[in-house]
Design a protein around this ligand. Structure first.
Ligand SMILES: [Zn+2]
Length: 387
């Protein structure tokens, strides 16, 4: 490793929430936002958080490896999935195939961390009537089964490469890890989800801790914190305002948080009034995310240095609107853009004083905010399109 590679950069590869092809928001960039994915480049190694639409292509555009796209993929060390919604995972398979052809087979497997299998509570039993269960023998797979099934779905391709072209076994591409939840986390309805952060992985360069966040019927959902010699970065994953996340984020240099526009209904359906189906759809999606009215208070209570907004829903909302809508945080707010980069050590040095001040403040605002969050796992109801 060259000394010039020491440091930590946050690269926002894609900043859109939702498995959707959003229209272009403003003409200046020429393309719409790509799906949610972020990279932390720590001492030259790339760690991804989520793998949404376009992640493999965005890695080739990002200034991660001096040697171009092959170099970027060969530097990929690990992938952390926050949860298994499609908008966070849909281009993982693309990454697997590009990596197989371009770089990964020659080096150590990429470590993939993500949620373990969910409880069946969101899926009817085998004798139930109604919509068909997808994959009834394994209807709520965890990360390990998810990746295995992605590889198996491409058996025709891999068999051609392995048996005709004598390439390597695709299963050696990755080591998958179902992140185990602490014993304190209950799994039944109404069980407590309050938990202290726990260590997921650790090496010489970075310690990764996780906590559980709340995101409707999707369970488990994880947030991750990366602590290094160069600073600390937290990724919220998809969540409502979360006390667990505040604890995980305490004093972090950068909090990368999801957000939904508080005026989501207007962007989605135009000016009101709204019919019952529209109201239900809006209420469902708002109940699973953190709004522009709320996200600043989370960052304030956590005492973080800088708040970076990503997983923007809807992603077609102009940047100026996001900037103007966030309140309650007296530190810098950065509206994420695709391929935006932040040097974390630099951010850390410019926000240290503010972070110390915030971490000494009472948390009344957040407690009031959390008053609206139900304790325990939510009931399963009619679902709006997932994000
Ligand atoms: Zn989600």
């Amino acid at each position: 490793m060259q000394s010039s590679e020491l440091g930590m950069r946050l690269v926002l590869l894609g900043t859109a929430g939702g498995a959707a092809t959003y229209p272009m928001a403003g003409a200046q960039r020429g393309v719409a936002r790509q799906g949610i994915a972020s990279a932390l480049v720590i001492d030259g190694r790339v760690h991804l958080v989520d793998a949404g639409q376009g992640v493999a292509r965005q890695l080739t555009f990002a200034d991660i490896g001096a040697g171009g796209p092959t170099q970027a993929l060969s530097r990929l060390h690990s992938i952390y999935l926050t949860h298994l919604h499609s908008d966070h995972t849909m281009d993982l398979v693309n990454l697997l195939h590009c990596g197989y052809v371009q770089g990964w087979p020659e080096r150590a497997p990429v470590e993939v961390y993500g949620p373990g299998p969910g409880p069946r509570r969101a899926v009817p039993g085998p004798l139930a009537t109604g919509p068909r269960v997808v994959g009834p023998t394994e209807p709520t797979p965890g990360t390990t089964a998810f990746v295995r099934r992605l590889i198996e779905a491409f058996a025709a391709d891999f068999h051609d490469r392995v048996f005709a072209a004598h390439r390597r076994d695709p299963f050696i591409l990755v080591n998958t890890h179902d992140v185990a939840l602490p014993a304190a986390v209950g799994r039944g309805r109404g069980a407590s989800l309050t938990v202290d952060p726990w260590v997921v992985s650790e090496d010489d360069a970075v310690r990764v801790t996780a906590t559980l966040v709340e995101h409707g019927a999707m369970f488990p959902c994880l947030a991750y914190r990366f602590d290094t010699a160069h600073g600390s970065v937290v990724f919220s994953g998809d969540t409502v305002p979360s006390e667990n996340l505040v604890v995980l984020s305490r004093g972090a240099d950068v909090l990368v948080h999801e957000v939904i526009d508080a005026r989501y209904a207007e962007w989605q359906f135009g000016p009101g009034p709204y019919d019952a189906a529209q109201q239900r759809a809006v209420a469902t999606v708002m109940s699973k995310h953190t709004s522009t009215d709320e996200v600043g208070s989370v960052a304030q209570a956590a005492g973080v240095g800088t708040l970076v907004l990503t997983h923007l829903v809807p992603a077609s909302v102009p940047t100026s609107r996001w900037k103007a809508a966030v309140r309650g945080f007296d530190g810098p707010v950065v509206v994420g853009e695709d391929l935006m980069e932040l040097d974390v050590a630099q951010v850390r040095s410019t926000t240290q004083a503010g972070r110390r001040w915030r971490s000494e403040q009472p948390e009344q605002a957040l407690m009031e905010l959390l008053g609206r969050v139900p304790v325990g796992q939510p009931e399963v109801g009619a679902e709006a399109p997932e994000h």
